[in-house]
Design a protein around this ligand. Sequence first.
Ligand SMILES: [Zn+2]
Length: 443
Amino acid sequence: MKSAKKILNDEFDELVKSLQNVIRFNTEKSQPAPNAPFGTNVASCLEYTLNLAKSFGLDVYNCDGYAGHAELTGTGDGTVGILGHLDVVPAKAEEWLFPPYAAEIHDGKLYGRGTMDDKGPMIACLYAVKALKEAGFVPSKTVRLIFGCDEESGMQCVEHYFSKMPYPTVSFSPDGDFPVINREKGIFQFDVVCGKLPQGITVTAGERANVVPSLCTVTSPVPLEANSSRVTCATGENGYVCTCAGKAAHGSTPDEGVNATHPLLTALAKAFPDNATLKFLSEKVLDTTGDKWGIALCDEESGRLTCSLDVLRTAADGVLTATVDIRFPVTYTCKQMHDLLRANTPSEFQIVPQHTSEPLFVPSDSSLVTTLMDVYNGEMRTQLQPLAIGGGTYSRCLPNCVAFGPLFPKEEQTIHMPNECIILENLRTMAQLYLEAIYRLAK
Ligand SMILES: [Zn+2]
């Protein structure tokens, strides 16, 4: 589709202007209003985007403000879905070089919350479809761009939308990495309600179920001998207060962080060798491979399980609850993971699943993956392979979907950070990649 590519290139300035307009809606989640379940700004942004698509001659549908779609109808059966989102994570203006919702361009980069995640790639896809249409392309499969509005805070958008609309036959989500992510490990986040700690001991660490804790605090009636320069102890009101400073990391990559609970749990277990809770945590749960816990699953498609002890809380009665984030290989299920944990955990400790998600696995030799890989390697003159990750992307919300961009290999990533920006030349490249991908999947 040479002519479509030329049209897309010629319309690049218009694409950028439209994206700037979309960025200027502050689409952080806010108070619900009628037909605006995630706040009026999000609803207005969806409305604006759908009207833009309508002005290109696409058919649009607003699904009660939860999500919407724009489509180019095909002549045959089947639908190619493109799943992205218009909502953003909050931005603190004082941390930014340029205002997060002003969409300013500096040194070839467009700055703003949502430029990469995920408004930029979605507007690139929209203009790719526009260019294909203007070039006279009549797809065999219907091309449907789905704009979710709540990806960052609960995914009610897709839940509602897919309760009213069927799943597309095949899909990609421009909300991950290039070239293609076709394997995402299963997520099993759960609480282990352990036994009581020794009299007078409390342990507190972490805030979030998917972040390696960077701080752990222990109060103890007796002094602790921690073998770590990260630990500092002081005398407090009821004995000793020890803190350990670690390094935060995402729960899917525990070895990239330093778990702050490690030196203190080890010291406590040494001081109280008869306590079953301390023994269990220090000997089994702290092992990030799951090996010592007896849960070290592994497969050829996605590698080894990871285990991250992310939150510790001590109740008033001394019972310790640990929140653990496990990412398990793609050929296993949440049920198998749960059963394996149950079988290898002291029977008196309760296992309470919190957030769980089955793995995403679209085989590397499937036509969806080979098509997208051919598009990427062909256009970029690379010989890359599809990726396996421990994190979860939007693509696992629907069957037969993989992540395709927008982050290029080795590109510095600013997603969810201050000064999120998109390099305009990369935007131009990704739009061309999306055009070629949509053409090949839908023709
Ligand atoms: Zn996203």
